[in-house]
Design a protein around this ligand. Sequence first.
Ligand code: PLP
Length: 341
Amino acid sequence: MKEKQSVKELQSYVVNPIVCSVKLDANEGNKDLFKDLVKELGNDFYLNVYPDDNYTDLKKAISDYIGCNVENISVGNGSSELLDLCVKTFVDTNELILSLDPTFSMYSIYAKIVNSRYMETGEGSDFDIDVDEVIESIKKNNPKITIICNPNNPTGTVIKRDKVLEILKSTDEIVIVDEAYMEFGEESVVGEIENYKNLIVVKTLSKAFSMAGIRTGYLLANEELVKTVEKVRPPYNLNSVSAFLATKALEQKDKMLAYVKEVKKEREKVYNALLDMNIKAFPSGANFVFFYSDIKDLEDKLVQEDILIRKFGGKLDNHYRVTIGTKEENNAFIVAMKKIV
Ligand SMILES: *Cc1c(COP(=O)(O)O)cnc(C)c1O
């Protein structure tokens, strides 16, 4: 039995199996933020029935949080599932998906699975995004989907709202804005879903809400686009336990907002500490800091100190991404870095 050609050529997304006490490799949030919600899964919660496939309660909570209608929402098993669904919905064999250079590696994997073509563009100096080049590229190549990760993973770069809207205006085809980290930034285009026929915004509870374990994400777009994506969505794609916990967390957004405020403060601390060590760190609008260092085996040396960060390879060789953790974790990272430097 042989897999199809596109899968044969695929490299799987590798999750680092190393375990360290200070885990700063995956942009996860504060462990304690919504821990108590598990207790609310009481006696009147039934595991034997399928979830409500309309996800009425969850969509209500999302619509209150975002300020949109429930008809503008589709929910998924992480925003990863929704990105995959969009690719399956809008892109055929050999059609093009365009994204930023560099960006989240999962986009290229979803593209390859459906046998589409994939290209990255718009790399400016110091990982700034050259929006003019992105627009030029869109006009020249007419991609079926353009994916804009804002703030961008792994660089932390933020594209201004006006610039994202310029990209949206440059094409009639779909533009997905992945706002996984936008709670840590200020340039959301979520308020524009009714104004642009081609805009899809994808968001998640994995980062600012610190609920990566429940795998819950959502998609926001005009009603017609939502209906189109819903045709491809499998029934009951989000399990009932996650839907329940996500609903409760969204109803307590103040906890998330306080956490975001703390992360932003800590982010500046980590960023400045790296600069003070003469390490080239890049400004970030997310819950991580991206940096360059030519210290040999830096990742391994940090593991020796019981700290795990994310190392990049290939074109991004010698580049690293450190998640902003608790104050103690960030301090541990800074102390270890000083020691290694
Ligand atoms: C973390 C992340 C997501 C969120 O994925 P989930 O499946 O919702 O956990 C989406 N996009 C980017 C760029 C991310 O870094």
